[in-house]
Design a protein around this ligand. Structure first.
Ligand code: FPP
Ligand code: MG
Length: 298
């Protein structure tokens, strides 16, 4: 059924009747289509459901195009990013085109669905701004980190579940809780993988987040666990290119203090809660997608 979503996105792009846009879209590496999978699992595969899934994936693709420009990322999913291949201007404009066409199509679905999804896009943008601002500080506040990842990542996954529930006539809030937990756990795992995966698997340099100034959950926990002089050392390494020795120092301290285990457990707890909420509503099929999220290794 995911195929129907791909065809719908292609149809929306073809309707623009622009060869350059069609060819650029084909260059984008396809993601896991997690949001579309979630929508189809909750709401089936009627035309409005497929359209909603297509629109959400177009918005997601647009946000990543912009994010790669903002983050100066040369790669996306282990392939050269669109900004690396064609420059920032092209990447931003393709993002704008996907986003605005998606929004146009969203208006043809239903006012309720449109509200849930458009509100999430505002959250997404606020979250991205917060992520950028926080990167110039050494943030050690877990609550601020959680709020930022909620806005940047969980809001669109939460809205995908909520929109699907609306289309299926299911209780919106319950599904939004499920999506929110999934989204928070997804970003936590993403941030953990930035530390645990080698650069080749990840398609970007090791400890990239910290070098970029991002103090994700493991760094917040590591700081808490360190002695005063070690805390100063960690602070001094923030937002700088790291030597092999400095990378090793961070990684061995993460190991000593079992930081990755602690952060992974936090993500796992959110997933377990999400599964419990769905099980309580007889939606056992939704456990699988939650597990898939926690078990991914890239
Ligand atoms: C990835 O974060 C970024 C996001 C999940 C959201 C980006 C949102 C915007 C740019 C604003 C919305 C814009 C439009 C056009 C809808 P990351 O950098 O932590 O993850 P990564 O490792 O995948 O790059
Ligand atoms: Mg990024």
């Amino acid at each position: 059924m995911l195929n129907a979503v791909e065809r719908k996105i292609e149809q929306f792009i073809e309707e623009l009747q622009d060869k350059e846009v069609s060819s650029l879209y084909k260059k984008l590496p396809q993601g896991k289509r997690l949001r579309a999978k979630l929508i189809l699992k909750i709401a089936g595969s009627s035309l409005p459901v497929v359209k909603t899934a297509a629109v959400v994936e177009m918005i997601h693709a647009a946000s990543l195009l912009h994010d790669d420009v903002i983050d100066d990322a040369d790669t996306r999913r282990s392939k050269p990013s669109l900004n690396a291949l064609y420059g920032n201007k092209t990447a931003i404009m393709l993002g704008d085109i996907l986003y605005s066409k998606g929004f146009f199509e969203l208006n043809n679905i239903s006012a309720d669905v449109s509200k849930v999804v458009s509100n999430a896009v505002t959250q997404l943008s606020l979250g991205e701004l917060k992520d950028v601002s926080l990167s110039s500080t050494f943030n050690l506040d877990r609550e601020i980190y959680l709020e930022m990842i909620y806005q940047k990542t969980a809001s669109l996954i939460e809205a995908s579940s909520g929109a699907a529930a609306l289309l299926a006539g299911k209780p919106k809030e319950v599904y939004m809780t499920y999506g929110r937990n999934l989204g928070l756990a997804f970003q936590m795992i993403d941030d953990i993988l930035d530390i645990t995966q080698d650069a080749q698997t990840l398609g970007k340099p090791a400890l990239h987040d910290f070098v970029e100034g991002k103090t994700t959950l493991p760094y917040i926990y590591l700081y808490e666990a360190l002695q005063d002089d070690e805390r100063e050392k960690l602070r001094s390494l923030h937002a700088k290119a790291l030597s092999k020795e400095e990378q090793g120092w961070i990684l061995s301290n993460m190991k000593t203090h079992k930081i990755i285990e602690r952060a992974t457990l936090e993500a796992k707890t959110l997933i377990d809660e999400a599964i419990a909420v769905m099980d309580a509503h007889g939606e056992t099929a939704l456990s699988g997608i939650a597990k898939e999220m926690i078990e991914r290794d890239f």
